[in-house]
Design a protein around this ligand. Structure first.
Ligand code: CDP
Ligand code: MG
Length: 694
């Protein structure tokens, strides 16, 4: 494999550490990359990772797996794929892949890299996220994609044979898909010794990742292996950053309202501190919108030149661009973000960070079978990352909205991998579709709990996706695996064929795949509620979505219509796009796209056939809308954003749960409980012996 090693280039200095891994120190030689655009080129050379260019290329060439740790903004994501390409790893039609856990990060880094290389996005540099493929089979040499999309690609090409190097980025996030991918890539490596892996992250227990990928003990099985091909023990390279010192401030007493506290902190920074942008970490679109409202309401502050911008996934393109563009003269930019700005994205010019100490996290309880998004405390590792964001351009300040005592004594050191706090239904079906039958025995970077796996197998069995031997059923199981959606949504689509309402159900599926079609924020709750009433269906949110979609289509996809009805125009465009893709997928599966012409009951039965596991009954004599899940007897309520809020039908199914003060069901539809035994007899025969009359 010496063809990638440039003769004459200075050999980097390598030292073996006692653990058997290889630690690396930068050589002082600087290789040139040969691309134009003087100022961009100069910027590239200033990045910390540039000093390690030679070292990285050497390690990738000589090791099957290279682990690269370096702080956010050091150039890992945008530079390493370019170095690899410059060194020839994309020659001969091969492709360099770089995965990210987040869709927004994929789009943003791909567009940055295409700009740096002076090529059109989608040609030589492309990206793929679910329902959006901006890449070209012939031309694309560097491809950014979510780890979920790469997993999907394995269904068509199990060995990912077109890729020469796969860089699994942001590995410290330990997202569910990243962990599945790492487990599978380890298997692929055995079959494809020429494949190179790069695992990169901002913080990582590099040693544990290294021991997971260390397959060097297998060397003795084949004598020839020792001499040919890359070394099997992973190399570890640590990129020294150039972060400036950040002064940390804590609150003296615990605070009760972090949105309000964040807003006051921003205002006092603005009043008292010299110029420099502010990055605020909140948890999600709702509290970000609330904070923006508080900040912009105060016209006093607006006058003084605060430019307040949100940053969360699902943000329309134009708003993303605003966040990344330079701050206008005389203004101070305030970016209010989810933890997406923690490590996935770099914002230039940030000098002040305000850290709420919280993020939205997925939690799954296999005992109750409820997975919900919870606003939960972050880990110390996250807190340090957030702080680091203030020291990119000059010494900065970080305001932590929690006490020092809390940070030192109560905040957990590290987060729990998502694998150990997720519903595993999608994970299991993907592994099954890839022919991995022994899921309990799978070599995971962090093993899931057996209870969660058993729950997933049970649900998949009841969905008709797995048979008695826990193998994918044909055709249902294979079809569900083929549709790139949550298995419950996929099952709903397949069931719609039985009820002759696929046309309608794919619209519902598209809406359920995005966050919300309603335009929220800016304090227009009352108007929003009134607008919703116009389209609200007594049967619930799913049917309401159909009414809204119909209105949108009849308006000629008008943004004006959306504005008038408090519907999010970008979300509706996305729904329309996803719908078109689902149409294609469903047709490929041989399902005819029929409309039930307004037979709402048919649609509701199809939805129930997908979501029967999420069925709840209203507690008899409940005065406050308390429901209990039929399976698990969990206490849940209808979310205020649902059209069924306060309507409280006797029996409902829901799409998802969010937890705040209570567990709230989002996207709720009324059902007749007798349908449950009709659509899922195995699941409900024993559990619902006497369905209550509706
Ligand atoms: O991956 P890592 O956090 O190590 O850094 P990166 O994403 O490759 O970013 C390296 C540098 O590129 C950042 O410091 C920014 O200066 C710049 N960059 C940018 O200006 N715009 C982007 N969309 C992405 C990166
Ligand atoms: Mg990065």
């Amino acid at each position: 494999m010496s063809r990638f090693w440039k003769p004459g280039a200075e050999k980097p200095r390598i030292e073996d550490d006692e653990e058997g891994g290889v630690l690396f120190y930068a050589s002082s030689s600087s290789a040139s990359s040969g691309y134009g655009y003087a100022n961009i080129e100069a910027q590239r050379r200033r990045l910390p990772v540039y000093k390690y260019r030679t070292a990285i290329l050497y390690l990738v060439e000589t090791h099957a797996t290279t682990i690269i740790v370096g702080e956010t903004g050091s150039g890992k994501t945008t530079q390493i794929p370019q170095y690899l390409k410059e060194a020839g790893w994309a020659d001969g039609g091969r492709v360099i892949a770089c995965t990210q856990p987040r869709r927004l990060a994929v789009q943003s880094v791909a567009s940055r890299v295409s700009e740096e290389m002076g090529v059109k996005l989608g040609d030589e540099v492309g990206y793929t996220i679910r329902f959006e493929d901006i890449s070209n089979k012939e031309l694309t040499r560097i491809k950014f994609l979510t780890d979920g999309v790469l997993l999907r690609e394995m269904m068509d090409d199990p060995l990912l044979s077109k890729y020469s190097v796969i860089m699994v980025d942001e590995a410290h996030e330990r997202s569910l898909s990243t962990d599945i991918l790492l487990g599978l890539l380890k298997k692929i490596q055995r079959r494809r010794p020429e494949l190179r892996l790069i695992i990169s992250s901002a913080t990582i227990e590099a040693q544990s990742m290294a021991s997971f990928f260390n397959i060097s003990h297998r060397r003795h099985q084949g004598a020839e292996e020792a001499d040919h091909g890359p070394k099997k023990d992973p190399a570890i390279l640590s990129v020294e950053g150039r972060g400036y010192n950040v002064e940390i401030f804590y609150v003296e007493e615990p605070i009760s309202d972090y949105v309000q506290a964040a807003v006051s902190t921003v205002i006092s920074i603005h009043d008292e501190e010299p110029n420099g942008d502010i990055l605020v970490f909140l948890t999600g679109q709702d509290d970000i919108d609330a904070a923006i409202q508080l900040l912009t309401e105060d016209s006093h502050n607006r006058k003084k030149g605060l430019l307040v911008l949100p940053l969360y996934s699902g943000l329309p393109r134009a708003d993303q661009d605003l966040v990344f563009s330079p701050t206008p003269r005389g203004k101070r930019k305030v970016v209010i973000s989810t933890n997406i700005a923690e490590t996935s994205l770099t914002l230039e010019g940030v000098v002040y960070v305000v850290d709420s100490g919280f993020s939205k996290q997925r939690f799954y309880n296999p005992m109750t079978d409820i997975e919900s998004l919870i606003v939960a405390p972050i880990s110390k590792a996250s807190a340090r990352q957030r702080t680091g964001r203030a020291g990119r351009v000059r010494p900065g300040k970080c305001y932590r909205l929690y006490t020092e005592e809390y940070f030192l004594n109560e905040m957990p050191a590290n987060g729990i991998p998502e694998m150990q706090r997720s519903n595993l239904v999608s994970c299991v079906i993907q592994l099954k579709a890839l022919g991995i039958d022994n899921i309990l025995g799978f070599d995971w970077p962090a093993a899931p709990t057996p209870q969660a796996l058993i729950r997933a197998l049970e649900v998949l069995y009841c969905l008709g996706v797995l048979d008695d031997d826990a193998k994918l059923t044909s055709p249902t199981g294979f079809q569900v695996a083929e549709i790139p959606l949550d298995p419950m949504i996929s099952k709903m689509i397949l069931a719609s064929n039985d009820y002759g309402c696929t046309e309608e159900v794919i619209t519902i599926a598209a809406v359920l795949s995005i966050q919300s079609i309603w335009f929220s924020g800016w304090g227009a709750q009352k108007e929003l509620d009134e607008a919703k009433l116009k389209y609200a269906a007594a049967e619930g949110d799913h049917i309401t979505f159909l009414n809204v979609y119909k209105g949108f289509m009849e308006s000629g996809k008008s943004s004006n219509w959306c504005h008038k009805n408090h519907v999010n125009f970008h979300a509706m465009k996305k729904v329309d796009e996803i719908r078109k893709q689902l149409r294609r997928i469903v047709q490929r599966l041989g399902i005819p796209i029929k409309s039930c012409e307004g037979d709402v009951q048919a649609i509701r039965k199809a939805v129930t056939a997908g979501f029967f596991a999420n069925a709840c009954l209203l507690e008899p004599f409940s005065h406050n809308g308390l429901y209990k899940t039929i399976r698990g007897s969990q206490e849940v309520y209808i979310h205020p954003s649902s059209v069924l809020f306060r309507v409280n039908p006797k029996a409902v199914v829901f799409h998802s749960i969010v937890s705040t003060d209570r567990q709230y069901m989002r996207n709720v539809m009324a059902i007749d409980p007798s349908w449950l035994t009709e659509v899922a007899p195995q699941f409900y025969q024993q559990k619902l012996p006497n369905p209550r009359p509706s």
